[in-house]
Design a protein around this ligand. Structure first.
Ligand SMILES: Cc1cc2nc3c(=O)[nH]c(=O)nc-3n(C[C@H](O)[C@H](O)[C@H](O)COP(=O)(O)OP(=O)(O)OC[C@H]3O[C@@H](n4cnc5c(N)ncnc54)[C@H](O)[C@@H]3O)c2cc1C
Length: 222
């Protein structure tokens, strides 16, 4: 049963609640906006994220105000947004956007020190598959400075819009006005080596795989 707090009421046919639908949208995006309240003031802060099994992971410095509050169990709302296209109709009123988004409610918990390395490995490899094994692992000192938080994906909704403008069967449809969809994607650009990189060092496998996998992919923020 859909939790009442995340039931899509406006355009309910656009709502999805299956775990697979929620995971699919989370996995197609890299950025999550996390809202919480501190001293009565709402804040909404962007983070990189990764889904591992049925949990959303974020990480950062132990000095971060947001991570400290969230780690202490502050109620949170995580939102993922993927803009898939602009929908241009014959009338201004019917203009819209195609999108996939998730709203997830819950509380984060701190990943215990003994599990933090494994969580960071999973996090890194979700964002850039294979990268973990190509680079130096975090030292105990670095791990101690890193906060990793996880939130169970238990109370969440997807809302999505797909398809053409919805005025195709209206009287406006006979007007000579162009209508349709402008698809939108975020693409990876050409890799830019760090300035100090020894000349001729080849691209690592992880980067080559990611570029190849996303070059003709539509969807998500990659
Ligand atoms: C795409 C993206 C991904 C990010 N990923 C991570 C991540 O994975 N881990 C991580 O630790 N940080 C990440 N950041 C930075 C993150 O948004 C915060 O700036 C950081 O975590 C510090 O949070 P804080 O609440 O401790 O900052 P504080 O400096 O204590 O926040 C104080 C105030 O500064 C302002 N502020 C803070 N952050 C931002 C911001 N991003 N944009 C505009 N104003 C801001 C707000 O007004 C906030 O109330 C990311 C930022 C972006 C844009």
């Amino acid at each position: 049963m859909t939790a009442e707090r995340v039931r899509v009421r406006r355009a309910p046919e656009r709502g999805r609640y299956a775990r697979s639908d929620i995971h699919e949208v989370l996995d197609a995006a890299m950025v999550v906006h996390i809202a919480f309240v501190e001293d009565g003031q709402p804040y909404c802060i962007p983070f990189l994220h990764a889904r591992v099994r049925n949990a959303l992971y974020i990480h950062g410095s132990t000095g971060s105000r947001t991570l400290r509050l969230l780690g202490d169990g502050a109620p949170a709302c995580a939102t993922i947004t993927i803009l898939d296209g602009l929908v241009l109709a014959r009338s201004v009123f019917e203009h819209s956007a195609n999108y996939r988004s998730v709203t997830l409610l819950g509380r984060f918990t701190r990943v215990p020190a003994g599990e933090r390395g494994a969580a960071l490995e999973a996090f890194t490899d979700r964002l850039v598959p294979g990268r973990w094994s190509e680079v130096r692992a975090p030292s105990p000192k670095e791990l101690a400075k890193t906060s990793v938080l996880a939130m169970a994906i238990d109370e969440a909704s997807v809302k999505m819009r797909t398809g053409p403008p919805s005025d195709g069967d209206s009287p406006d449809a006979t007007d000579d006005v162009w209508a349709g969809i402008l698809p939108m994607t975020i693409r990876l650009g050409t890799p830019e080596p760090a300035p100090e990189l020894p000349h001729g060092l080849p691209l690592p496998q992880s980067v080559r795989n990611l570029c190849a996998a996303t070059s003709d992919h539509h969807g998500g923020e990659r």
